[in-house]
Write a protein that binds this ligand. Structure first.
Ligand SMILES: [Fe+2]
Ligand SMILES: [Fe+2]
Length: 144
């Protein structure tokens, strides 16, 4: 996705993507409980992963790159989120390489949902708040 906007606008777009991705995750969970052959599950898992990956790259390139400069706390959070993105990539690789991808795909769904929860509660609010406290401009009148 290409979107050149303010950080709050980017965070809003990412929250909207989470809603769509959560629907895809729910559908995938349904398929995992049905009698779907392993190869079909892998194909559906790969399609879900492509949507997750597109979202993750957008986060990394448009949001995290800015947030990591904000504070040590923000940088640590972003690094934790990037680790989970990598864990999701590795889990998908494991699923595709397994004769039965069910367990790895369950892990992928759980990882993704928990990751979305953390981003929504802890990461996106950093983008939605003002980046710094207002401070007097140089040369502005001093009242003291
Ligand atoms: Fe993410
Ligand atoms: Fe996300």
């Amino acid at each position: 996705m290409q979107l050149n906007g303010s950080l709050p606008a980017i965070a809003a777009a990412l929250r909207a993507e989470h809603r769509l991705l959560r629907q895809m995750i729910t559908r995938m969970a349904d398929w995992l409980t049905e009698d779907v052959p392993p190869e079909a599950l892998k194909e559906r898992g790969r399609m879900l992963f492509e949507a997750l990956e597109d979202h993750a790259r957008y986060e990394e390139e448009e949001l995290f790159v800015h947030l990591r400069k904000r504070s040590p706390h923000a940088r640590r959070l972003v690094e934790m989120m990037e680790l989970v993105h990598e864990e999701v990539r590795e889990t998908l690789r494991a699923a595709l390489g397994s004769p039965d991808p069910r367990e790895d795909l369950w892990t992928l769904l759980q990882l993704s949902q928990e990751h979305f929860d953390v981003e929504e509660k802890e990461v996106f609010p950093l983008a939605e708040e003002p980046s710094e406290m207002p401070h007097p401009q140089e040369g502005s009148p001093c009242l003291t």
